[in-house]
Write a protein that binds this ligand. Structure first.
Ligand code: C2O
Ligand code: CU
Ligand code: CU
Length: 431
């Protein structure tokens, strides 16, 4: 924290090597270290500044995924940092406690930059959630899990896409926080897992082989109103979920990713990774566990628009691999102009014969409907990214209450990064 109370972080984007396997040095990129980046953490109402230096041999950006902040600070493709240059975005944290993340966003190269290792978590805290009896000891009973699928080609990370893999790169194994075959010893009866799907293309459905239920407590933008018991949580690229798992003394249980339900027809599943199973993380419980407090029945009140009431306008987004609403991303074209302080309802449709998702910068939105029905429990919290299997239509309520900036656009896009890089992205300004 500097003398005027701003929380300052330093990030250096660098190339290096990482020993994922003993004695094998893999070329990777990272923030500060050689792979991934430090977890940044700040509280609501705090002023933050991140001093970023790009020590890579090519230009990149750093985007704050899920953060509500001025467009100039967003780190999208218009805020490029040249090799050797620095960039110091600053803003005041103005949103509820949540598990957010940061990653590069250079137009056309995002998948490659993320797959080489440029990603990290940004946790937001607030007073209300700080008072709840939730597991909150970082690395002890509150575990951040950055999940990625990888494939090794000798010492190298292979990020090539198979010929029929129209979602992008799919790996043959997973890592958590840059670690292969990970396990974690735990000493408490309740373990909170902050799951981030940091993969470039793969969708996971997390659960446990013994079918035990866990409590979903938060989605992309923060806490649900109340914990919801479930056995599987599906996360497409960019999405987050916080779950609380109950442990028994002395047991070992593996967090697994199962073939996601409703991922498309057999053809799509086969070539889009929809039939795969991965053991993600083994939890090893100590022989004696500290009893955790009961989960609260109520977590908080959602600060996301409740939709129809007061919505000034609707927009439609048709998702196609060739572009959104029939247009490929163009850096010089603003696709949508939104009025600050208003709520809108966006209808997003995927009828493209393959899975897509949809991410909007700057806001946390509410899912009003999925195919005309009330959303399932996992879509009732604050969201910034939603998965749309082929044939899905969603209605979203979004409120744009940041500062106006007619010059600098925010992005909306498919977060299957290969699609985003190909041009499945558009730009909006808030005026
Ligand atoms: Cu996670 Cu536009 O990005
Ligand atoms: Cu984003
Ligand atoms: Cu897509």
């Amino acid at each position: 924290v500097d003398k005027d109370g701003t929380r300052v972080f330093d990030l250096r984007m660098r190339a290096g090597t990482t020993e994922f396997k003993d004695g094998v040095k893999t070329p990777t990129w990272g923030f500060n270290g050689s792979y991934l980046g430090p977890t940044l953490r700040a509280a609501r109402d705090e002023r933050v500044r991140v001093r970023i230096r790009n020590d890579l041999a090519e230009a990149s950006t750093v985007h704050w995924h899920g953060m509500h902040l001025p467009a100039r600070m967003d780190g999208g493709p218009h805020q490029m940092i040249a090799p050797g240059a620095a960039w110091s975005p600053h803003w005041t944290v103005d949103q509820p406690a949540a598990t957010l993340w940061y990653h590069p966003h250079p137009h056309g190269s995002t998948a490659r930059h993320v797959a080489r290792g440029l990603a990290g978590l940004f946790l937001v805290d607030d007073k209300e959630s700080g008072r709840l009896p939730l597991p909150k000891r970082y690395g002890v009973d509150d575990l951040p899990l950055v999940v990625q699928d990888v494939r090794f080609d000798g010492a190298k990370l292979d990020t090539g896409r198979g010929f029929l893999q129209n979602v992008g790169f799919l790996g043959d194994r997973t890592m958590v926080n840059g670690t292969l075959n990970p396990y974690q010893e735990v000493h408490d009866t309740h373990i909170r897992l902050r799951l981030l799907n940091a993969s470039t293309a793969r969708t996971y459905a997390f659960g446990f082989p013994d079918g035990r239920a866990f409590s979903l407590i938060a989605t992309d933008g923060g806490l649900l109103e109340r914990p919801t018991s479930m056995e599987r949580v599906r996360l497409s690229p960019g999405e987050r979920a916080e779950i609380v798992v109950r442990m028994r003394a002395g047991e070992r249980v593996t967090l697994r990713s199962f073939p996601p339900d409703d991922y498309g027809d057999a053809w799509q599943r086969r070539f889009s990774g929809g039939d795969d199973t991965f053991d993600v993380l083994e939890l090893r419980a100590a022989d004696r566990l500290r009893p955790s407090p009961r989960l609260p029945a109520v977590l908080g009140r959602l600060e996301i628009p409740d939709g129809e009431e007061g919505a000034v306008r609707g927009r439609h987004f048709d998702l196609k691999r060739s572009g959104i609403n029939g247009r490929e991303m163009a850096m010089g074209r603003v696709d949508e102009t939104v009025t600050r302080g208003t709520t809108e309802v966006w209808t997003v449709r995927n009828g493209n014969g393959m899975p897509h998702n949809f991410h909007v910068h700057d806001v946390q939105f509410r899912v009003l409907e999925v195919d005309g029905e009330k959303p399932p429990p996992a879509l009732r919290g604050p969201k910034d990214t939603v998965f749309l299997p082929d044939g899905t239509t969603m209605r979203l309520a979004l409120r744009f209450d940041g500062p106006a900036d007619p010059e600098t656009p925010y992005m909306y896009h498919c977060h299957l990064l290969y699609h985003e890089d190909e041009g499945m992205m558009g730009q909006f300004v808030v005026v």
